[in-house]
Design a protein around this ligand. Structure first.
Ligand code: ADP
Ligand code: MG
Length: 728
């Protein structure tokens, strides 16, 4: 049985902050000490082995057997010196969580002795039973073979007594069954495309890395209250709950002082994160009560994403130690801000240049504008795929709700850059440019200051905002694996840059000089992609209308957003760039649809259950109390006196009756429609969950929330919103 509301509230009064002392006074003393980082490798590997490994990582080449043996034995030596007894291949299957299967280092020798063993082959490849991870039909369940393969570009680390080796997860047939493999392929695609475009400006550039800096938002709620709310415990969000009188109107939580218990929790997970080399630097309260944010320094995207996955695990684990539960759901509480995971994205070269930072001179500014304009154009051309990359059951509640970017994809550029693009659009003349034209244009471009006015992202309402030296993709959901967004963003930018290279080269072949060709092509892209630029208020209804006029899509639920994956042109783009095959795309589409339906199904079942078994009985009890009161009044008062003295009771009895009828009727309908939906084929099922089941859930909730406002506080069974959100 779940704890009752009053037990939970009593338990809450006993809570004390837990403060765990850090391993050392200075973070720099212990930062990364549980990671087999390049620094540590230098200590454990010979120079020759180290150089060979770095060479393989930098060029993405195969690591041969003998090299793998050297590395595994060094890794084992290091891990055992830190007390590790087991190792695991750590991977990111499409369930959304991370997965691991632990094997011990020790192996019996057969003569009564044992040794610790960790060979190259065990480092490079493992064969977990893959049958119960989602594969979207790629692999029949009886063909359970799947492999995890070592990703040497992300360093191994130790959690507890286990050496964890970041790996990709593929099927026996070589298809990706995870997020990491296509992510690495997308990063490679954008590297190749961007490096080739960089050749116009700087021949020294041989590699372009994607950088990712995520900002993770979350809610923290007390464990006892969490346990007394089956809806929150099972689905991560409150399916019921009247809005508290005080929500976030006063905005007194944002950047406010962090409550002591929450602080104890933060300090401990930060210590753990630092031991794992996750460079978290920022913590603060968010807008909603009990909502917080943690952010690290940005890193190379593959590593940054591994770190985000690890941190989400840590948040869950450490929260429990502090008798909290972490909610990573995108919209746990209606009417209160949801949680996102802003993905700050940029491209940086081996020569140390951020391609999305305005430069020091006209030449580097032209390079900046090239990458900047191509990114905006990529969003314009593939806004629907970008939208699909952030689609999830939780994000459906968040996008377009309080203080969250809308489901319409658009780019915010800031005043100066908008003016610069308008200028380029107007001032590049058709036909041959004179040397004077070119000089003038370049002078203009050179005027772009290195530090832009808008670098402090004043427009928080845009889903994709330029913030001075990076783009910030704000529509990503808090529980998402960043890889989904990063796979799409990097692929569409790679596609655009490849096209740009072709088009510029074609202009050069026709007689334009290089700068002229680049400028003209940029002008064409600026003209083409105008509709995606929006500097106004993304939260307003006006924007919805305006976007429609501009022909921009607005998919407000996951099933409609995901449909773009069936587009042959989209599939071709992902295939040509070797990121995902049409088969893999189809599998992912199926998995995501199914995931959507399953989650809605669980929510619908719980809505019926809580309405009928918790809320209706509470309402009937209170109604009975009122009826007893009226009956008792009848014993002592005359009929006309009762009219006066019993008026409130009688009106409450009637209101409760009305809501009871409504809730029962809607809950019955919901139960029926839910069952009907589950028998439909996948696509129709998901659509029905979105358009029939979900609205019925909202109607049941409406009556339940109305009852919460009528029924006496003592009789209400579930912790109320004010209790969940305002207790520390
Ligand atoms: P906020 O969005 O909260 O105003 P900032 O704009 O200062 O904060 O930075 C947000 C995040 O952007 C940080 O996590 C930071 O690491 C990241 N970031 C900064 N520069 C880059 C970059 N070149 N590439 C990717 N992320 C970056
Ligand atoms: Mg931000």
């Amino acid at each position: 049985m779940s704890t009752s509301r009053f037990q939970a509230l009593a338990e809450l009064n006993t809570r004390q902050p837990i403060v765990v002392p850090p391993p050392s006074v200075k973070v720099s003393d212990y930062f990364g000490s549980n990671v087999f980082s390049p620094f540590r490798m230098r200590e454990y590997l010979t120079d020759e082995v180290y150089d060979k490994l770095m060479d393989c990582i930098n060029h993405g080449t195969r690591i041969d057997r003998s090299l793998a043996d050297h590395i595994s034995s060094a890794m084992k030596e290091w891990a055992m010196s830190k007390g590790a007894t087991h190792y695991t291949h750590w991977f990111q299957p499409l369930t959304g969580a991370t997965a691991e299967k632990h094997d011990s280092f020790f192996k019996p020798l057969g003569d009564g002795r044992a040794i610790e063993k960790f060979e190259g082959s065990m480092l490079v490849q493992q064969e977990p039973d893959a049958s119960s991870f989602p594969s979207g039909g790629i692999r029949n369940t009886f063909e359970a073979r799947g492999y995890t393969l070592w990703d040497p570009s992300s360093p191994a680390f130790i959690v507890g007594n286990t050496l964890c080796i970041p790996t990709i997860f593929i099927s026996y047939t070589g298809h990706a069954l995870d997020y990491k493999m296509p992510m690495m392929k997308a990063l490679h695609a954008v590297d190749v495309a961007a490096t080739s475009v960089c050749q116009y400006f700087d021949k020294e550039v041989v590699k372009v890395n994607t950088t990712l800096g995520w900002e993770q938002e979350y809610f923290l709620i007390d464990e006892a209250l969490f346990n007394a709310r089956p809806d929150i415990a099972m689905t991560g969000r409150a399916l019921f709950g009247a809005r508290p009188a005080k929500g976030q109107q006063l905005e007194d939580h944002y950047f406010g002082s962090i409550p002591e218990r929450a602080m104890g929790f933060m300090k401990e997970f930060e210590q753990e994160a630092h031991l794992l080399g996750i460079p978290v630097t920022t913590r603060h309260n968010e807008v909603a009560p009990n909502q917080f944010e943690v952010a690290p320094m940005f890193e190379e995207a593959n590593l940054a994403n591994d770190h985000n996955q690890l941190l989400m695990d840590l948040l869950n684990k450490i929260a429990r130690k502090h008798q909290f539960r972490i909610l990573l759901h995108e919209k746990p509480f209606e009417g209160i801000n949801g949680s996102g995971k802003h993905n700050n994205w940029a491209l940086s070269t081996n020569t140390g240049v951020n391609l999305l930072k305005p430069g020091r001179n006209p030449k580097s500014n032209l390079q900046f504008l090239t990458f900047f304009v191509n990114t905006v154009a990529a969003i314009f051309e593939n806004a629907d795929v970008l939208r699909a990359s952030i689609a999830s059951v939780g994000n459906d509640h968040r996008l377009g709700a309080n203080e969250a970017p809308p489901a319409i994809m658009s780019c915010f550029l800031g005043e100066q850059l908008s003016a610069m693009l308008d200028d380029l659009e107007k001032n590049i003349k058709a036909g041959k440019m004179t040397p004077q034209d070119k000089t003038e244009l370049k002078l203009n471009i050179g005027k772009l200051p290195q530090v832009l006015l808008d670098n402090t992202d004043r427009n928080r309402t845009s889903p994709f905002a330029f913030t001075g030296n990076k783009f910030e993709f704000r529509a990503v959901g808090s529980s998402a694996n960043c890889a989904n967004a990063m796979i799409v963003l990097n692929t569409i930018v790679a596609h655009r840059l490849n096209q740009f290279k072709k088009d510029v080269d074609a202009r050069i072949a026709k007689g334009d000089d290089k700068d002229e060709a680049i400028l003209k092509e940029l002008q064409r892209l600026i003209k083409m992609s105008k509709a995606i630029r929006f500097e106004g208020n993304g939260y307003g209804d006006e924007w919805v209308k305006e976007a429609k006029k501009r022909g921009l899509s607005n998919f407000n639920d996951t099933p409609s957003a995901l449909a773009v994956w069936k587009d042959k042109k989209v599939q071709k783009m992902f295939q040509e760039l070797n990121v995902l095959t049409p088969e893999e795309i189809h599998a992912r589409y199926e998995i995501e649809l199914e995931n959507y339906s399953r989650r809605r199904d669980i929510e619908a079942a719980l809505t019926v259950n809580l309405a009928i078994n918790h809320i209706v009985p509470a309402a009937i009890h209170y109604q009975s109390d009122l009826l007893h009161n009226v009956a008792a009044l009848k014993e002592v008062l005359t009929a006309s006196e009762i009219k006066e003295a019993g008026a409130t009771q009688i009106s409450l009895i009637k209101s409760i009756g009305k809501e009871l009828n409504a809730i029962k009727k809607k809950a019955d309908q919901l139960a029926t429609e839910r069952l009907k939906a589950t028998e439909m084929p996948a696509e129709k099922q998901a659509r029905n969950f979105a358009s029939v089941v979900k609205p019925l859930m909202d109607e049941v909730r409406e009556s339940a929330d109305a009852l919460e406002m009528i029924i006496e506080d003592e009789a209400w069974p579930l912790p109320k919103m004010r209790e969940i959100l305002f207790t520390r």
